[in-house]
Design a protein around this ligand. Structure first.
Ligand code: ADP
Ligand code: NI
Length: 222
């Protein structure tokens, strides 16, 4: 949408952008500013297609990783940071602030075990975040993250997490390629909206083709 027709909304979005940038600028854990930026772009598109409130979606997208456990001493402290920021936004209605807070506190992946998002806006923001973990950029993010963590790109001797012994699991050592099987290839079936599902399916096929080629090269067959 054109935020210029809603000057107070444009101001809030710019403030959210500055806040998110300051939090994520130096991040090396897969929660960098450009991830947040892509998610915010994607929610604008999905909100339009799904008829969701784009303002709430964009603000929630910009703040969605501020409270991430990897960036905070605890999830509660992370959420307090978001709550404090929202409390300083008199331009937003009480409903908008509560809605953004609700989305951010309930949307994390959590092994896919969380209850479904309660509102169209929540479904759109969660989908956009998941879409960023599927496809060409996601492949790159996964290897960057594995490098940061000290995991190898591939090791046929290291089983995927669900097949690990308890002792192996505690070591928290996996591989980048295992992460595709542990999480990324499962995301397509956890997408909420039709608009995002079409994008997810295309990106999913791209990842499968990539993994097939990776396997062939590993065996010296391609
Ligand atoms: P979210 O953005 O939903 O909070 P995560 O924190 O799980 O996602 O992951 C952020 C990025 O880092 C994703 O692109 C994901 O693929 C990648 N990532 C997360 N955990 C691992 C891992 N163990 N190995 C490789 N990549 C990972
Ligand atoms: Ni994210």
């Amino acid at each position: 949408p054109s935020w210029t027709s809603y000057p107070e909304q444009a101001e809030t979005i710019e403030a959210a952008e500055r806040f998110a940038r300051s939090v994520h600028e130096c991040d090396r854990t897969g929660h960098d500013w450009w991830h947040v930026h892509r998610v915010a772009r994607m929610v604008e598109r999905l909100a339009r297609e799904e008829g969701a409130d784009a303002f709430v979606c964009v603000v929630a997208a910009l703040l969605h990783d501020v409270a991430d456990e990897k960036l905070n001493p605890s999830k509660e402290e992370g959420l307090r940071k978001v709550g404090d920021w929202l409390a300083g936004r008199p331009q937003m209605t009480e409903d908008e602030r509560l809605h953004v807070m609700d989305i951010i506190s309930t949307m994390s992946y959590n092994g896919g075990g969380n209850p479904p998002m309660r509102t169209p806006e929540g479904r759109v923001v969660q989908d956009a975040d998941r879409l960023d973990a599927i496809g060409a950029i996601a492949i790159a993010r996964t290897f960057v993250y594995a490098g940061w963590k000290g995991d190898p790109l591939h090791d046929p001797r290291i089983p995927p997490r669900e097949k690990m012994t308890a002792a192996e699991y505690r070591q928290d050592k996996s591989t980048a390629i295992n992460h595709f099987h542990e999480k990324l290839l499962k995301l397509k079936d956890r997408i909420n909206t039709g608009s995002a599902r079409r994008i997810a399916e295309e990106r999913h096929r791209y990842m499968e083709a990539y993994l097939a080629q990776f396997g062939l090269e590993w065996e010296g067959e391609a």
